[in-house]
Design a protein around this ligand. Sequence first.
Ligand SMILES: Cc1cc2nc3c(=O)[nH]c(=O)nc-3n(C[C@H](O)[C@H](O)[C@H](O)COP(=O)(O)O)c2cc1C
Length: 419
Amino acid sequence: MKRVDDFRLKFGHKEFVPIMVGGMGVDISTAELALVAAKLGGIGHISDAMVPVVSDNRFDTKFVKDKMREFKYNVANTDKSMVKFNLDVLADATARHVGATMSAKRGDGLIFINCMEKLTMNGPKETLRVRMRSAMDAGIDGITLAAGLHLGTFALIEDHPRFHDVKLGIIVSSLRALQLFLKKSARTGRLPDYITIEGPLAGGHLGFGMDWAEYDLMTIFKEIRDWMVTENLNIPLIPAGGVFTGSDAVAFLEAGASALQVATRFTVTKECGLPEKVRQEYFWTSEDNIEVNQISPTGYPMRMLKNSPAIGDGIRPNCEAFGYLLDAKGNCQYIDAYNAEVALHPEAKKIRVMAKTCLCTQMRNFDCWTCGHNAYRLKDTSHRRPDGTYQLLTAEHVFKDYQFSTDGQVSLPALEPAP
Ligand SMILES: Cc1cc2nc3c(=O)[nH]c(=O)nc-3n(C[C@H](O)[C@H](O)[C@H](O)COP(=O)(O)O)c2cc1C
């Protein structure tokens, strides 16, 4: 019986353990988590979602406060079009986050950054360009293009000196999306170095509609794999979404995948950025407490725990401090949903907004508990203590469990004394 460790992900002549820990914004996939994956010879991700917030937490900068001060005058205004990002600040925050992470890297693995196109930041092109270029300047090993079709993204960095050296990958959920991306990027004379194929059981935003349950990762993977053969394209394919055990991963590796991207199992590790209380919610959740809903203002469906405090929370839009989801015209679907509720209840001190959520604020406060479909199985991966809490895992334990387990088994960690 094969194990994940019997396979290797190859980039050129270099070989890696075929486990990629997926990007989880806002700093849920921390540098510490990515560093463990790299130390063990795999691929780790940090994320550049709300990177000024991450920099403030990590390096004690005051980027969010400064932005808030600059745009404070606009808080009561429903028009947010003037709330722009300072590109120098964005570059600075990215350089700090990436630079510190890369200089701490040990071992033979790699560290990539997850870059979501849907973070349109009231200036989609300029902000994405700065985010990617400063990550490349700061020595990132690779960039995973996420949450969007990224039809013009390669063009934003094609004149960067590291364009051909940095690993570039794209997340797709269909062959059609991949074909569009390859067609549009062809002009830059560069193919992606890897293609992550994310199925409907993943955490975070989904590249499917509300009919997600009709799709299946293995089917999409095989469709893309077979098309690549007919096109004579040899690019590593990395399925993601719902891969819970080493054996799940082996089934894909035997079918021709080069590696697997996994995330949910790492949400209950010590290195993960979620607060302790939230990690316990992930352990405790039952299957019927997990839903895919449409409250994300990005327009993509998102999977989360039903008891996430974000759901229904009617806080005032926080674009002056954040504003990461403002589109090119300064609009965000949450602003509209919020204003509609205010108009219906003009006297109310507190309102509930069910249609959308202020995702920036909720992700920043770890109140939107996004997770993969299999989060309800996390309780089977650790020890329950007499007080009902679960023992946190180490990222090394989870990584090695994927790497070495067989027979659909999940190995439990050594029992630790209660804190
Ligand atoms: C808590 C959480 C946050 C996530 N955030 C992001 C994100 O910011 N960007 C992204 O491209 N994918 C995100 N994802 C998706 C993962 O990177 C990964 O592809 C997917 O969850 C893998 O499936 P699994 O969780 O079943 O292992 C997130 C997943 C989780 C669980």
